[in-house]
Structure formats: C-alpha cells, structure tokens
Design a protein around this ligand. Structure first.
Ligand SMILES: [Zn+2]
Length: 143
C-alpha cells in the first residue's frame, strides 16, 4: 500500500501515539518487555479496550490512573472541591471499569488492574505481573 500521508500528517499521528504511550503504561510495558513477556497493545475489540493484552493466554491488563479510576490510595482520593462535577465522572469511570472486567470474564479472559502508584515499585509490580501471567512467583522460579 502506498502511504499518501504527508510528512506533517505523519508527525501528527506519531505525536498522538507517543502521547498515549507515556507514564504508567509505559513503565508496565518496559517491565514486561525486559522480562520477555510479549504483549499486544490497546485491543479495540475487547470490552473496555484493555491497555495491554496477551491473546494466547487470554489475559488483559488495565493500567489505571489513581485519580481517574478512584484507587484507594492518597492519589485516588476524591477531590474536595467541585465534587458535583468530579463525583459523577469518577463514578462513571469506576462503573465502566467494573463492567469491562465482568465482560472480559464472561468471554473467558482474566483481567488485572495495575495502578499508577504501583509503577513506583517495579520489583513488587513485576511479581504481581508474573503471578498474573505465569501463575507463579518470579522469585520462586529463579531458584
Ligand atoms: Zn494508587
């Protein structure tokens, strides 16, 4: 196929791709990649459009921002001001998250939520990912 996009269009596309792949999701991907766990990205056909998927294993990972998805941590606390504005938005996000996990389960997929704050501790996060994907602790395996 001939790529008829102009240079400008292409760089705009690249910029949007870069934007989507920053922060916590990138941290998770780096860990997976470094340990040979091969994934696919942003499945548009699965409920909730999981960020990272393992089609062969039927496992999906959501990387959630603590604030936006209402994590039970210091960053996930509800804002004190303009609650009438934020409250319904954050509640809708949580409901959508719950729905996605339930729908995936119905289709035979297992889901894992990785919280933004968990990416601050890569060792613990790797254990969590490994248990989810391999069913065993990574540290057990190495012995
Ligand atoms: Zn958190």
């Amino acid at each position: 196929m001939v790529d008829t996009r102009t240079q400008e269009q292409r760089s705009r596309i690249m910029a949007s791709v870069r934007q989507r792949h920053t922060g916590p999701e990138w941290a998770v991907r780096r860990l997976l990649h470094a340990h040979g766990l091969r994934y696919r990205l942003h499945s548009k056909t699965l409920p909730g459009k999981p960020d990272i998927v393992f089609p062969g294993r039927k496992r999906a990972i959501f990387v959630h921002g603590c604030f936006w998805h209402g994590h039970n941590c210091s960053k996930g606390r509800q804002p004190k001001s303009r609650l009438e504005y934020w409250g319904p938005k954050l509640r809708a996000n949580r409901q959508r998250d719950e729905w996605a996990v339930a729908e995936l389960g119905r289709l035979g997929w297992e889901s894992l939520v990785v919280w933004q704050c968990e990416t601050k501790d890569p060792e613990a996060l790797l254990e969590k990912l490994w248990v989810f994907l391999e069913g065993t602790k990574k540290t057990d395996r190495q012995q």
